[in-house]
Design a protein around this ligand. Structure first.
Ligand SMILES: Cc1ncc(COP(=O)(O)O)c(C=O)c1O
Length: 460
């Protein structure tokens, strides 16, 4: 915990900690200077490509452009369309453009529609609650279940907790794709939706969406494709000639999708798109109240008031890139990822999991991969740890497409593996914790650790 506290509070000894309002307001210039100084310390790491995922574009010109868009729209709130019809226009067009990229729109499946949300997690929460409410209304289901591959994002488990849906886990096959036969056995009369990822967060592997969506269609239930990572990459990868399996609304069984503008859409943090095959389905997402003392009330997502500036940024980013821009970015992304993947495959102690395109997970039968991650940390890298099986991944972004970054990653990884091979015991700090998380008896201890982490995060 002390190490975590030090990570969360590196400024404790150098900057004043505010636990109550200052009596008199500080000068704006002073506040800006302090913030610039803090951001300046944090920037070099992500800017020079040491982070997995996290910052997907990060180019100085692009950031400046998005900041200008934010400044123009900083007061706007789509809850008040009478004041800001521009916010409504931007959001509606972001949804329409995303739908047309993913098999909807004029030339695709007619009727695909959606809303903007605050991020991938909210898009997934909204979709799962929509299926629960649809099943309750149309099929009188009171004990809803969702069939979810174990590689799907934690947001699905979160949805299960929030909305009292039973999550039925689907195992993976040897290629880290959802096992369709197992999924077929797990669908019951209470199933409200089947989930697929394109690709999934841990291994960057695309599930067999065609078979899973067909399974759902045969049972007359929904199929959600989590395309939070892939929505703004796969359409262009396909155009570039990569072997992309079918994954979107062109498959008749796909009934909803999530795609994140704030990841590879290269917008600022705070937006995602959730899409539905029909407006009838989308309506289960809406909250409406005809009897509230405060007047007639409607909101499409969990928030009430929202920033219209974030939708404006997504719109501006999409227009600034266009189809050509996204295709060029995807080409650079996938070529860099191929270099990184080949580099990992060239290290005899490591093994790439599955057949990924740009989120590349690696494990090892010989050495502790968490110790390798520690070594990478000490060289400045910030990778993601995975479990079941133990592994780590790098989600390649445009930050890694800068000159020399992929080569630096591979060289540092080789050096890290060599150090771990020579380490007595050779165990990383995370290995025992993941070990405890994997055992039923000690899982609660790790969950308590996570809760304490949460407490720490909001302790000034
Ligand atoms: C496949 C996938 N789905 C959902 C999410 C959740 O997105 P967010 O962190 O924007 O809530 C992520 C995040 O990385 C993801 O990779």
């Amino acid at each position: 915990m002390e190490a975590l506290e030090a990570e969360l509070r590196p400024y404790r000894n150098t900057h004043h900690t505010y636990t109550h309002l200052p009596e008199r307001g500080r000068r704006r210039q002073e506040i800006l200077a302090e913030m610039r100084e803090l951001a300046g310390r944090e920037e070099p790491k992500w800017r020079s490509g040491y982070a997995s995922g996290s910052v997907y574009h990060g180019g100085a010109d692009h950031i400046e452009f998005l900041n200008e868009v934010y400044a123009i729209n900083s007061q706007s709130n789509p809850l008040h369309p009478e004041l800001w019809p521009s916010a409504v226009k931007y959001e509606a067009e972001v949804v329409a453009m995303t739908a047309s990229m993913l098999g909807g729109g004029e030339e695709g499946a007619q009727g695909v529609c959606g809303t903007i949300s605050s991020g991938g997690t909210e898009s997934i929460l909204l979709a799962m609650r929509t299926y629960r409410d649809q099943a309750r209304a149309e099929r009188k289901i009171t004990d809803p279940e969702m069939v979810v591959p174990v590689s799907a994002h934690a947001a699905f488990d979160k949805a299960a907790h929030y909305f009292d849906i039973r999550l039925v886990p689907v195992p993976l096959d040897s290629a880290f794709r959802a096992d369709v036969e197992a999924a077929a056995r797990l669908v019951s009369s209470n199933t409200v939706a089947v989930v697929a990822s394109a690709p999934g967060f841990p291994h960057g592997v695309i599930d067999p969406v065609d078979e899973l969506s067909e399974l759902a269609r045969r049972h007359g239930i929904g199929c959600h494709v989590d395309c939070c990572l892939g929505g703004f990459v796969l359409p262009w990868a396909e155009r570039l000639g990569y072997a992309v399996p079918p994954f979107d609304f062109r498959l008749p069984g796909v009934t909803s999708m999530s795609a994140d503008t704030h990841k590879f859409g290269y917008a600022a943090k705070g937006t995602s798109v959730v899409l539905y095959r029909t407006n009838l389905l989308r309506r289960f997402q809406y909250y409406r109240n005809a009897t509230w003392m405060g007047g007639l009330y409607y909101s499409p997502t969990f928030a009430g008031s929202r920033s219209g500036a974030l939708g404006a940024e997504a719109w501006a980013a999409m227009l600034a890139f266009g189809q050509e821009g996204y295709t060029a970015a995807t080409k650079a992304l996938l070529e860099t990822a191929a270099t990184i993947r080949a580099g990992i495959e060239g290290i005899p102690e490591l093994e790439v999991l599955g057949d990924p395109l740009w989120v590349i997970a690696f494990g090892s039968d010989d050495i502790d991969v968490y110790a390798v991650m520690d070594q990478m940390n000490s060289r400045g890298w910030s990778l993601n740890g995975l479990q079941n099986p133990p592994a780590a991944h790098i989600c390649v972004t445009l930050r890694h497409c800068q000159q020399g970054v992929a080569e630096r990653f591979v060289a540092d990884l080789e050096a890290s593996v060599q150090v771990v091979r020579r380490l007595p015991g050779g165990r990383g700090v995370m290995a025992p914790i993941y070990g405890m998380a994997g055992a039923t008896k000690t899982r609660a201890t790790v969950e308590e650790l996570l809760e304490r982490y949460g407490d720490l995060q909001f302790k000034a």
